[in-house]
Design a protein around this ligand. Structure first.
Ligand SMILES: [Zn+2]
Ligand SMILES: [Zn+2]
Length: 211
């Protein structure tokens, strides 16, 4: 009698747990896949109450953490922090983060005087001015704020493989980039902010005179 009752129950339980692969969070929300694609891939064809309950719980789990959401004690960003993410920088004009800040400024802010100025320069001078604008964006919309609060991350001029400490770094007062103490002296001679001051001033003057 008991055997007759237990058999269907055992079968039911077996299919509850083995009828489909129970998805883990990493199955559902890997960093680079969209939620909609993965939902389709793992949706069971014969859904039941328990499977739906497991799925709805997993879909509510947060996606993988990004360094750009880091709110811990202040760090100088290094390559290891990024993992598989690409370096993003803060736009000087709209404050948003972008992986290709130069392209973003050209496409989204062509009417800003600074952007129009850089694109009008000979190509051999442009790269250092794009770097300058991205450094100003990082400084204005992230680095200074992080430094004042002691929370988050500072984006330095170059990402090191190993983490630098704050006491190893200096802020260039001209281009607002963070450099290692050792390289600040040589940087000062070639800081792009010096060249910017003269060239951008002349550009604005010419624009004003030409109406
Ligand atoms: Zn922008
Ligand atoms: Zn500088």
């Amino acid at each position: 009698m008991c055997v007759f009752l237990l058999l269907p129950l055992t079968r039911a339980l077996y299919f509850q747990f083995h009828g489909f692969e129970t998805p883990s969070v990493s199955h559902i929300l890997p960093a680079k896949d969209s939620i909609s694609t993965k939902k389709k891939a793992i949706a069971p064809s014969n859904g039941n109450f328990l499977s739906n309950l497991i799925l709805s719980f997993n879909f509510r789990c947060p996606p993988a953490k990004s360094i750009y959401n880091y709110k811990g004690p202040l760090i100088i960003l290094c390559k290891d922090d990024l993992g598989e993410e690409t370096l993003k920088e803060f736009c000087l004009f709209c404050t948003n983060l972008h992986p290709n800040i130069k392209q973003h400024m050209i496409e989204e802010h062509p009417n800003q005087e600074q952007v129009a100025f850089v694109t009008s320069r000979p190509s051999k001078y442009q790269q250092r001015f794009w770097k300058l604008l991205s450094a100003w964006g990082n400084h204005a919309h992230n680095n200074m704020n992080a430094l004042q609060k002691g929370i988050g991350f500072i984006i330095p001029s170059m990402l090191n493989s190993t983490r630098k400490q704050l006491y190893d770094m200096r802020l260039c007062s001209g281009c607002k980039t963070w450099l290692s103490t050792m390289s600040l002296y040589s940087h000062k001679k070639y800081c792009p902010a010096k060249q910017w001051e003269t060239s951008f001033g002349e550009y604005l003057e010419a624009r004003f005179q030409n109406g």
